[in-house]
Design a protein around this ligand. Structure first.
Ligand code: ADP
Length: 229
């Protein structure tokens, strides 16, 4: 569960990237986060992953209070949150299988668990028959599926996808979003940052709209009114 209570984040004095954000995302929800460039979306993600601390207010993520969290607790927080980026961030020298297995090794999983779990997540994202390939030998859509498999492999309760379809054509974008929806149906909470208004319209999920560091709308309809200014 994610809860923001009146969160303010200033990077420099007098400049508020977030100016009193309050919102709650329950376990199991699928939620879009939309807003123009510079509105505070990345800042929200970095607060959830513990990369940043709020200047004031409270951030609660999966039982951790981010304003109070100790440095040594941050790796445990991060295991509860899988992150997927627009640019995939795969290791080009490793195979598909190794990219996913590596994410388990760095958190100390046993080889036995790795052998059980990696094929399961590759199957889930539709890459079972590509396990021996390298990322450079795959399409953008396949690379994003791999990034999703890696985010999932340590069984996080939540996935945050930051513009996951930003580099994909409309058909591939649709397929990736359908995959994220399927993963959500299996119980993983999903927060998807996107600029793609067509996808947001098509999937009809909760949309949190932010502008200039505040939530301007929260519901089934996205609010893009700021574009008319
Ligand atoms: P978005 O992800 O929606 O594009 P950001 O969260 O990156 O927005 O940025 C929100 C505001 O905070 C912007 O005005 C941006 O210029 C400012 N900002 C972001 N990161 C920094 C930083 N490291 N130092 C100073 N200002 C920053």
């Amino acid at each position: 569960m994610i809860e923001f209570v009146d969160v303010v984040k200033s990077y420099t004095q007098g400049n508020k990237a977030l100016n009193g954000v309050s919102m709650q995302i329950e376990d199991g929800e699928f939620c879009f986060l939309v807003g123009p460039s510079g509105s505070g979306k990345s800042t929200i993600i970095k607060l959830i992953t513990g990369e940043l601390k709020p200047t004031s207010g409270n951030v609660h993520v999966n039982g951790y209070s981010l304003e109070r969290i100790r440095k040594r607790e941050i790796p445990y927080l991060r295991r509860t949150v899988g992150v997927v980026f627009q640019d995939y961030r795969l290791i080009s020298k490793m195979t598909v299988y190794e990219n996913v297995a590596f994410a388990m090794r760095v958190v100390g999983a046993r080889e036995r668990e790795i052998k059980d779990r990696v094929p399961y997540v590759l199957e889930l994202v539709g890459l079972s028959n590509k396990a021996g390939r390298h990322p450079g030998e795959m399409s953008g859509g396949e690379q994003q599926r791999l990034a999703i498999a890696r985010a999932l492999v340590n069984n996080p309760s939540m996935i945050i996808a930051d513009e996951p379809t930003g580099n994909l054509d409309p058909q591939r974008s649709f397929e990736i979003m359908a995959l994220l929806q399927e993963i959500n149906n299996l119980g993983t909470t999903m927060l998807v940052v996107t600029h793609d208004q067509n996808l947001v319209k098509h999937f009809r999920k909760r949309v949190i709209s932010i502008n200039e560091g505040v939530v301007v709308n929260d519901g089934l309809e996205a609010f893009y009114g700021y574009e008319d200014k």
